[in-house]
Design a protein around this ligand. Structure first.
Ligand SMILES: [Zn+2]
Length: 339
């Protein structure tokens, strides 16, 4: 057999070794690429990020490139589990580990944090969530009316349990946000910026949003993880008995679908704000249309959300919107709460 063919089959055999069948960085199932400097198997998307970091990583395609014998030996003696043990030895529990569907800035900063800055190697001293959840600096914030981005000073304090932002240096804060209801998620398309972050919180029974970004990918991801550290600190101290795997998914959430449906029916039957959705086996259900006896003046598509104690009725603008909401709600119902 030719060297070329033999090497190719050796490489593909390595892919079957534990850990190598999933991308070392995002967990995607198609590991068609490898970094022969780090000794890891990765997906096409992550290989693009590695390609931009020649000082720490060099990539080759497993199928299309030629692999020299010594490189194959190197891959054999390293691999994804080995790299994980070294570069992910101390990932803090609140640190967001991105998956393949996450936005580029999250995936790129995860890769840089791991291999370039070596933030999680064993010799690093783990920061306490309370200090990791304290941060101060400027972010570009979209104005509520003008929709122009303006530089605002933000102060996050896990110890005080609040995040504040300031319009002018000397004045009192424009808003004091409790970490209890704080959420953050990347929304790059909606904010029309590759580093766009949506911060959501509740105040006076209402949901409020702040749309922010920072020019530096590192800064915005550091802010995101600082918010997560503050949330983790809050949850850990408020619910000391809740086991870690149940707490982690509650640090921040990515909404599956966000929008507005018009509520209908007798006014007093409906609360302002949020409807808690549990699981199907707990008696929760989503149905198209309105319950019997509910009269609707405007002919609009409806959704009925059945909870163990009552029914909630919503109106949508279009049939398509109705279908999308039903799909999204059913997706939530099918998920275990701890998911
Ligand atoms: Zn990947």
């Amino acid at each position: 057999m030719m060297d070329r063919d033999r090497n190719k089959s050796l490489l593909l055999e390595l892919l079957r070794a534990p850990g190598n069948d999933r991308c070392a960085d995002c967990g995607a199932a198609d590991t068609e690429w490898a970094s022969y400097k780090l000794g890891i198997f990765i997906c096409l998307n992550c290989s693009g990020i590695h390609r931009n970091l020649p000082q720490i990583s060099r990539v080759k395609s497993l199928r299309l490139d030629f692999w020299e014998n010594d490189l194959i030996e190197f891959m054999k003696s390293h691999g994804n589990l080995c790299a994980k043990a070294k570069y992910e030895a101390k990932v803090p529990p609140y640190y967001y580990i991105p998956q393949s569907k996450d936005c580029l800035v999250l995936r790129e900063q995860w890769i840089r944090a791991k291999y370039e800055r070596e933030e999680f190697v064993a010799t690093q001293v783990c920061q306490h969530p309370c200090s990791a959840g304290s941060r101060e600096g400027f972010l570009w914030k979209r104005g509520r009316e003008s929709r122009q981005f303006q530089k605002r000073r933000f102060v996050l304090s896990a110890g005080e349990g609040v995040m504040k932002y300031y319009v002018k240096e000397s004045k009192s804060p424009k808003a004091i946000i409790s970490i209890e209801t704080l959420n953050a998620m990347f929304q790059t398309e909606k904010i029309k910026h590759a580093h766009g972050l949506q911060i959501t919180y509740h105040t006076d029974g209402q949901t409020r949003n702040l749309f922010v970004y920072h020019e530096s990918g590192k800064e915005i991801v550091d802010w995101f993880n600082a918010i997560r550290a503050a949330r983790y600190h809050y949850l850990r101290t408020t619910f000391p008995a809740v086991p870690e795997p149940e707490l982690i998914p509650r640090i921040t959430r990515n909404y599956i679908k966000e929008g507005y449906m018009e509520k209908t029916g007798p006014k007093d039957a409906f609360e302002q704000g949020r409807v808690f959705i549990g699981r199907m086996d707990e008696g929760y259900e989503v149905r198209a249309g309105f319950p019997q006896g509910v009269q609707v003046k405007k002919r609009k598509p409806g959704i009925t959300v059945v909870t163990p104690t009552r029914e909630f009725v919503f109106m949508c603008e279009t049939d398509r919107e109705q279908r999308e909401w039903i799909d999204a709600l059913n997706g939530v119902l099918a998920q275990p709460l701890t998911g």
